[in-house]
Design a binder for this molecule. Structure first.
Ligand SMILES: C[S@@+](CC[C@H](N)C(=O)[O-])C[C@H]1O[C@@H](n2cnc3c(N)ncnc32)[C@H](O)[C@@H]1O
Length: 388
């Protein structure tokens, strides 16, 4: 496909997404049907669609309309490219711009420029103060591809050398002792020998740093209470000889965890909800709670536009419930670690304040918010210590 044909395809897909179809479903359906599209074309169209989702308002403004076509015109203008050079109507290129389209389009301002829904700005300001605009701006750009070196398999330098064998360029990153940033060849990581042999796992830099910051010295048992795919449980198992358990209310989410643990040379025991009590108390319980994901919206930009105040309130209730339930599993003198990949105070500091107000035998020993950066997603972690 030519660059112009990719733009035409992306414009059509954006119309379907704009009408309410989930982006992943639209992209997968298109890729299945588009026999003429090679893997490079599919990746390029996906990139165009995701960029448009990250910059939904600003590109519509620049393009002078809410259609996929207008958004693609806006995307080109945002890069300083005259859309008329690609909208030629030749072969599979989009039709030439009409006079109205040439005249339409304005410089985005306010929330249009920040690419945030209006209702979220006060939440960003309350949560991030002077960093709010910077965070919104960061969410308009692509996320880095970060790997965690699995130190039970190889050192970070050995993992980097192994990636290079598959022509994947990467560098150590100071955000965590295990962090590797991929600078070229990111799409080849999942097929690389380094990945297959368990030398690296895909894991964001902030999450790695947050797991590295948990004091596991003297811990006999660690529970990842909201384990999902188990990335955090694996990071903890990599740096401790404590027995590591993983649990999720939806056990199907942990289905790949045994294979991932075997690949990384780590031992993780899965627990059903009904087995938690019998195996408690745990020295450390991690709650990587379900959240808005606002710190990761570079990767899942659709979520930025679909979150509602009602859903946010529902999430905060769920987070408080999880903290209450998980706290009962912590041994006296033990640690409850609460984490989210959100930058919103309602899901972070406010949840901790609410918990401490209701549980006087606990204190907050540490908390940190990781910014949306060139190495990591927005992330929050709090260490709650239970009195002995
Ligand atoms: C943010 S994800 C966890 C991501 C995971 N820690 C990782 O590193 O890949 C949150 C998880 O919490 C689970 N969850 C939701 N409600 C829960 C509850 N009440 N108890 C335990 N897990 C819950 C969800 O099924 C989801 O897998």
């Amino acid at each position: 496909m030519t660059p112009a044909a990719r733009i035409a395809a992306a414009a059509e897909l954006l119309d379907r997404i704009g009408a309410g179809a989930p982006a992943e479903k639209v992209l997968t359906g298109w890729a299945r049907g588009a026999r003429f599209a090679g893997s490079g074309d599919r990746a390029a169209v996906r990139d165009l669609v995701y960029e448009a989702l990250r910059c939904w308002r600003s590109h519509a403004c620049l393009g002078g309309g809410e259609t996929g076509r207008a958004r693609m015109i806006g995307a080109l203008r945002a890069q300083g490219i005259n859309p008329e050079t690609l909208f030629t109507g030749v072969r599979h290129a989009p039709a030439p711009l009409s006079d109205e389209e040439k005249a339409a389009g304005a410089r985005p301002e306010g929330m249009d420029a920040l690419d945030l829904p209006d209702w979220l700005w006060p939440e960003f300001e309350v949560s991030l103060g002077g960093d709010a605009a910077g965070a919104a701006e960061a969410l308009r750009h692509r996320a880095p591809i970060m790997l965690r070196a699995c130190l039970r398999r190889a050192s970070r330098d050995e993992a980097i050398a192994a990636l290079a064998q598959d022509d994947i360029h990467s560098e150590a990153h100071p955000i965590a002792k295990t962090a590797i940033i991929v600078t070229e060849g990111a799409r080849r990581v999942a097929q690389s020998a380094a990945f297959r042999e368990g030398l690296v796992e895909l894991q964001d830099g902030s999450g790695q740093a947050a797991m590295e910051g948990i004091d596991l010295s003297g811990a006999r048992s660690v529970l990842d209470y909201c384990a999902g795919g188990g990335g955090k449980a694996l990071a903890l198992a990599a740096r401790s000889d404590a027995q590591v358990f993983a649990h999720d209310i939806d056990p199907a989410r942990m289905r790949d965890l045994p294979a991932r643990a075997a690949r990384a040379g780590a031992a993780v025991t899965l627990l059903e909800t009904s087995d938690l009590r019998a195996n408690s108390p745990f020295s450390v319980v991690l709650c990587d709670a379900p959240c808005s994901g606002s710190g990761t919206w570079r990767r899942t930009p659709e979520a930025k536009w679909t979150l509602t105040p009602e859903r946010l309130a529902e999430l905060t209730r769920m987070q408080s419930g999880i903290l209450d339930d998980a706290s009962e599993l912590v041994a006296p003198g033990g640690l409850l670690v609460y984490a989210t990949c959100s930058v919103l105070a309602a899901e972070n500091e406010a949840r901790i304040d609410d918990f401490l107000a209701r549980h006087p035998e606990w204190r907050c020993a540490f908390q940190r918010r990781y910014p949306i950066s060139e190495a990591g997603d927005g992330f929050y972690v709090a260490h709650l210590a239970r009195s002995s």
